[in-house]
Ligand binder design. Structure first.
Ligand code: IMP
Ligand code: MG
Length: 180
């Protein structure tokens, strides 16, 4: 079994790229179906830094006109959420009267995505949907519907494919789970 070491912890292979890719294919099909007749190009909103790989992979599968914006948020320290969402970098473009698709690496408690939806609505987005690569189903409080979910995972700390452990591990092409 393939394992990697990041800082003080070991991680083992959990979801190979082939499975991630097939799951993104499915989500892209759903998004293409829902947005193919959009009168205006929707905004894909990449939540940095974790969603960067998901965004790249998803975008190349979308076949309607769309624009790309980013925002940088942070709530995790080490292997757990601090519960406080910090805005490290604001929205890179206005969202007023635009359809927005939030692209997230992972939804855990859902606090990050909830606060982002509130913020986008306050700033006048005409619609907001959420696409996430991963969902920790047992943890998510389920307050707002998640429109597109590529993969559901148990409540374990994972890294790779954009996700980090204290900023390293994002470049791993597969997803790894903490080994304890
Ligand atoms: P939430 O606000 O609790 O839903 O946490 C979401 C954010 O926490 C994600 O966008 C990630 O940046 C980070 N996060 C949650 N779970 C993990 C994990 O297992 N590994 C790495 N980062 C995670
Ligand atoms: Mg994130």
């Amino acid at each position: 079994m393939k394992t990697v070491r990041l800082h003080d912890k070991f991680f083992k292979l959990f979801i190979p790229y082939s499975e991630i890719s097939a799951a993104i294919d499915r989500v892209a099909d759903e998004i293409n179906r829902d947005y193919k007749d959009s009168p205006e190009p929707p905004i894909l909103l990449c939540v940095l830094s974790g969603a960067i790989m998901f965004t790249g992979e998803l975008m190349k599968r979308l076949n309607f006109d769309c624009t790309l914006s980013s925002i940088k948020l942070s709530s995790y320290e080490g292997t757990s959420s601090t519960g406080v969402i910090k805005e490290i970098m604001g929205l890179t473009s206005p969202v007023e009267d635009r359809d927005v698709i939030i692209l997230e690496d992972i939804v855990d408690t859902g606090r990050t995505v909830h606060s982002l939806v509130d913020m986008l609505k306050k700033r006048g987005a005409s619609s907001v949907r959420i696409a996430t690569m991963l969902l920790k189903t047992e943890v998510y409080d389920g307050d707002i519907p998640l429109d597109y979910v590529a993969l559901e995972i148990p409540n374990r700390f994972i890294v790779g494919f954009g996700l980090d452990y204290d900023e390293i591990g994002r470049n791993l092409p597969d997803i790894y789970v903490i080994d304890n």
